[in-house]
Write a protein that binds this ligand. Structure first.
Ligand SMILES: Nc1ncnc2c1ncn2[C@@H]1O[C@H](COP(=O)(O)OP(=O)(O)OP(=O)(O)O)[C@@H](O)[C@H]1O
Ligand SMILES: [Mg+2]
Length: 1045
């Protein structure tokens, strides 16, 4: 706001385009008023006018940098930072290479402006270790180049004595990558001579003031400036300038840039050599031939120089005092006169220094150069010496002013001529603005056929004696009628009396004023020749740096071709520079010097007015006012601003121009603000453009929000729809499930209700037909019928009468289940009864015996299962048939229960002997098989118990009662093949007779009682024993083992 108001303040408008009325006086007055208010910067459109305040102002602080960072050029107070920011952003965002052209007189503030631009760009571009290093290197090139290339002049204490163009290269993000510095025409004459009150290049004073004693000793220098012929002996130091501190700063800067200590030493050694050359004194002597010759007056200095550069002093002495001339095939050594000797010495000093300066620039470039292959954008900053008018102007001023003339031409071409031509080209209605086009002056100087420089070259190359007289007469002849050329001769022709123009001079009416040049020295300076002897001497030096500066000194490479002249070289490099500048988007900073005395805040109107005139500021304002501040091709314009109208956004179907027209019509700018060219749109005032930009900014934000909004909406919608779909599926399934259950329940309930209702209805309907207990009766009747039906059916379908068949039909009704089960068991028992009834007494007895055997042995003795298949025959001996057994038969008579052969175990040895065994209802008889006579007759009452093993053997022990008389020898150990039957029958018989059960032990260990005492019988399972024949083994007198299988 403050900026806009101040810019519109009528007494001191910030943009001279807004000046009203537009006159030279008002323009001057505005600048003066602004200057008084310390507003040193003023715009003409986007050109910055800077008036040197000669005092430091608080407008370059980091806060100011921030204020101008990304500012809108037209929205902030005029400042050099604004143009730097605009250029940098245009480079970064619009991909347009930029150049910043800083012009103005010597001392107007160009170098300071260029440093401000550089430091601003460094401050606003991004940070990072690599980037900071590059930035530092770029910034630190200034103190080094200023030390070697700047000097105090009467106009400026820190005057740049060379032209400098620096290309800073950036990557696509706007980060600096490096740069290239080009230098133009160092004012080398200053090395050997300078006007009173001026100084030689700063480096000499800095070195002597700041160099340590050791360094000075190493360089063979003395600290006192007055000792050196090339230095200002009266006032070596400058007020407010600390040469020593600057020297240290310069050394630091070199370190930052990447100079090695050796390189710095070599550089200072060569600098010292230049300084010391000025002290080499020559004295004249006469040769025998009477020719004057020169010689070194004081060899000390020469000696030291040669020590520094590693050269034989005699070589340098010869090169300084004589000259080799080639005449036809001979080479002749001619001696030089003292002035010639001094001329050679000075030429050598100048050459060494200017070549050293070139080397320095190249060395810095090596450090800051960008690796090839990277895509870059370039910002060029041009700080070239300003237009100069001295009392005595020589070749240098001519060259410098030519360069300024070219820059003015660029300015005219780009801002005035090109602009006006563009209006015509684009068919914009236009009233041409008169301005001075300086091409005529440029042409006067540079025309390759008949320009002043071409003439000078021609004169230099001409065979025979050449001097400036012939040169100026040629100029006078050629440009006799030229409007911008003047000399005594042309004046005379026009009968003009002018004492200020001597004969040896010509005057050019430059765009910035008339300058009178003295042609003396033009040819020599243009030739810029160094005697070959001197360059060869330098080449011969062992000092690597110095040696490398004089490649033409190599005798192998002697060339007869003359090197290009200084004027020619300069013209070529200026042409290159112009080409370079034309390819970039120009930004102008026009520096104005407010007074001649370097006084702070002093504004000398006359001086400024002269500059306003020659800088063409009035024309600049006029064209700017009449013209349009901004133009752009329809395509890019529409692309950039199409979002400002719904008709052109997001796509415009018609031509670009129609699109731009529709767009601008909708934005309703005043018609005079716009003009539609053939290919471009023109916008008159910056304000409109600013307005357009800020609307775009707003719209971009809106569009970004819109895109975000739509995206978020879309995201939420899809998510919602997905959730909804899932929810519908889940609820459909759930509802279906619930309804199905509900339906089932309802159906069941309906059926129940239906049944009840139907029942109720039927009962109601039939109630009158029944007595009160009819239902019970009916039910009973039904039950009975059902039972009847069941029983009848059962009777018809009875299962087979086999005892082993246990099948039975199931109950047809649940209430019959218990009865059915009962019937089943009754039927089974009945079946068994029936079965039993039809058994014979023998069969019955056999079965009973089997039953008894089962009760005794089942699951107790392994032999039992084997005995199942065997029928109990009882009589195995055939007592009746075999007459041998008659006696025995008689004993048994009708009481025989069982007759069999057994093996009796001998109680003493354990051996077995066969015996016949008869079991009768009363006795158990053992008989000898051979005699068939009863041997032992045991009453059944004598048997106490029987023991058998668990295994499948036939071993048994008959334990006798102690009272038994028959068994006097003790218990009987027997082995029977029908053990199960024997024990069973024994048991049954005892049971029958005594009604007492026979105690049976089935065990592995039992004790027997013998006559000789008790014996422990142990049953041992062994493979040795047969299947049912155990082996009895006696172990000692009281132990017996029965090996069973
Ligand atoms: N913006 C500024 N603020 C304060 N002082 C300034 C400013 N610009 C220039 N000066 C002063 O003016 C002096 C001369 O400026 P500068 O060296 O930039 O001139 P120049 O145009 O480069 O001259 P030359 O053509 O001789 O090199 C500076 O040394 C400095 O003291
Ligand atoms: Mg300068």
């Amino acid at each position: 706001m403050e900026a806009t108001t101040s810019r519109l303040d009528p007494a001191a408008v910030g943009d001279l385009v807004l000046l009203d009325p537009l006159t030279e006086e008002s323009l001057l007055h505005t600048l003066q008023e602004r200057f008084r208010r310390s507003d040193i910067y003023t715009y003409i459109g986007n050109v910055v006018i800077s008036v040197n305040p000669y005092q430091s102002l608080p407008i370059y602080s980091p806060e100011k940098v921030q204020e101008y960072h990304n500012c809108n050029f037209f929205a902030v107070k005029p400042h050099i930072y604004a143009i730097a920011d605009d250029a940098y952003r245009s480079l970064r965002d619009r991909d347009r290479d930029q150049c910043i052209l800083i012009t103005g007189e010597s001392g107007a503030g160009k170098t300071e402006a260029s440093k401000l631009v550089m430091s601003y760009v460094a401050a606003v571009c991004s940070k990072g270790e690599d980037v900071d290093k590059v930035k530092e290197q770029l910034l630190q090139s200034n103190p080094v180049l200023e030390a070697f290339g700047n000097a105090k002049t009467v106009r400026n204490d820190n005057s740049s004595r060379f032209g400098k163009y620096m290309d800073v290269e950036f990557d696509f993000k706007g980060e600096p990558l490096g740069g290239v510095i080009s230098n133009y025409l160092l004012e080398k004459s200053r090395i050997v001579r300078h006007v009173k009150g001026e100084r030689n290049f700063h480096i000499f004073y800095q070195l002597l003031a700041g160099g340590s004693a050791q360094l000075l000793q190493q360089l063979k220098l003395r600290q006192d400036c007055r000792h050196y012929g090339y230095l200002n002996r009266e006032s070596s130091s400058l007020p407010g300038v600390d040469d020593a501190a600057n020297f240290h700063a310069m050394q630091d800067a070199m370190r930052v840039i990447g100079f090695s200590p050796d390189e710095v030493t070599a550089l200072l050694e060569v600098t010292a050599v230049v300084l010391k050359l000025g002290n080499v004194q020559l004295s004249s002597s006469y040769q025998a031939s009477g020719m004057e010759s020169c010689s070194i007056a004081e060899p000390q200095e020469l000696q030291e120089i040669c020590e520094l550069i590693g050269l034989d002093p005699s070589v340098l002495e010869r090169a300084l005092c004589s000259r080799t001339v080639k005449a036809r095939d001979e080479t002749v050594l001619t001696t030089l006169s003292v002035p010639q000797g001094y001329y050679g010495r000075d030429a050598l000093a100048k050459n060494i220094y200017s070549r050293l300066f070139d080397w320095l620039v190249n060395r810095i470039n090596t450090s800051i150069q960008v690796k090839p292959g990277k895509q870059r954008k370039v910002m060029g900053v041009l700080d070239i010496y300003g237009f100069e008018i001295f009392q005595d102007n020589g070749f240098e001023q001519f060259i410098i002013n030519y360069c300024n003339e070219k820059l003015q031409q660029i300015f005219i071409l780009m801002t005035l001529k090109e602009e006006q031509e563009e209006y015509v080209r684009e068919g914009i209605q236009w009233t041409p603005v008169e301005f001075f086009d300086n091409s005529i002056i440029c042409n006067l100087i540079e025309n390759s056929k008949c320009g002043i420089l071409a003439m000078l070259d021609e004169e230099c190359l001409r065979p025979g004696v050449v001097n400036e007289d012939t040169f100026i007469s040629k100029l006078n002849q050629l440009f006799a009628t030229h409007k911008h050329y003047e000399s005594k001769e042309t004046q005379n022709a026009q009968r003009v009396m002018d004492a200020s123009l001597p004969l040896q001079c010509f005057r050019i009416h430059h765009y910035a004023g008339k300058v009178t040049y003295n042609v003396t020295g033009f040819i020599e300076k243009n030739n810029d020749l160094l005697f070959r002897d001197l360059s060869q001497a330098m080449w011969a030096a062992r000092h690597t740096l110095l040696h490398s500066l004089f490649p033409e000194g190599d005798p192998q490479k002697v060339s007869l071709k003359l090197p290009p002249t200084a004027g020619f070289q300069f013209k070529a490099s200026v042409a290159m520079l112009m080409k370079n500048l034309y390819s970039k988007n120009p930004n102008y900073i026009r520096c104005i010097k407010p007074n001649e005395t370097k006084t702070a805040m002093l504004f000398t109107p006359e001086l400024v007015l002269a500059q306003i005139r020659y800088l063409g500021l009035m024309e600049n304002v006029r064209v700017r006012r009449a013209g349009y501040a901004f133009r752009q091709l329809y395509g890019p314009f529409l692309e950039r601003y199409k979002m400002l109208s719904p008709r052109t956004w997001p796509r415009w179907a018609g031509s670009d121009r129609e699109g731009a027209e529709v767009l601008l019509a909708e934005l309703a700018f005043p018609p005079e603000e716009l003009a539609f060219g053939h290919t471009k749109i023109f916008i008159r005032s910056p304000r409109t453009l600013f307005n357009l930009e800020s609307r775009r900014q707003e719209r971009v934000v809106q569009l970004a929000t819109l895109i975000q909004k739509i995206f978020r909406g879309w995201r939420c919608r899809t998510q919602y729809q997905q959730m909804r779909k899932s929810q519908i599926i889940i609820s459909a399934w759930f509802r279906g499930h619930r309804q199905k259950n509900k339906y089932k329940q309802m159906k069941r309930s309906a059926l129940i209700i239906q049944a009840y209702i139907r029942g109720w209805k039927v009962r109601k309907a039939y109630r009158r037909y029944f007595r009160s207990e009819a239902s019970i009766r009916l039910a009973n009747f039904i039950y009975r019928r059902l039972v009847q039906k069941f029983l009848v059916g059962l009777g018809r379908n009875l299962p087979p009468l086999l005892v082993t068949d246990r099948t039975w039909p199931p109950a047809p009704y649940k209430f019959l289940a218990d009865a059915n089960q009962e019937l089943r068991s009754i039927f089974y028992r009945w079946k068994c009864k029936k079965y039993r009834e039809q058994l014979t007494p023998q069969r019955k007895a056999l079965l009973q015996a089997k039953l008894c055997a089962s009760e005794l042995f089942k699951d107790k003795k392994t032999l039992y299962s084997k005995s199942l298949q065997q029928p109990f025959r009882g009589e195995y001996l055939g007592l009746t048939q075999n007459p041998k057994y008659q006696k025995l038969h008689a004993v048994a008579k009708d009481k025989l229960v069982m007759a069999d052969t057994v093996r009796k175990v001998n109680r003493a040895s354990g051996k077995t002997v066969p015996h016949l065994l008869l079991l009768t209802t009363e006795h158990l008889v053992l008989a000898d098989p051979k005699a068939a006579q009863p041997k032992t007759v045991l009453s059944l009452g004598d048997i106490r118990s029987v023991s058998v093993t668990r295994f499948s053997d036939g071993f048994l022990v008959l334990h006798l009662k102690e009272t038994s008389t028959a068994g006097a020898k003790g218990d009987f150990l027997l082995i029977s093949d029908h053990l199960i039957e024997l024990v069973t029958r024994l048991h049954q018989t005892i049971m029958d007779t005594t009604a007492q059960a026979l105690p049976l032990h089935i065990t592995d260990q039992f004790s027997t009682r013998f006559q000789k005492g008790d014996m422990a019988v142990t049953v041992v399972e062994s493979a040795k024993a047969g299947s049912n024949v155990p082996i009895c083994k006696k172990r000692g007198s009281h132990k017996m083992e029965v090996l069973v299988h």
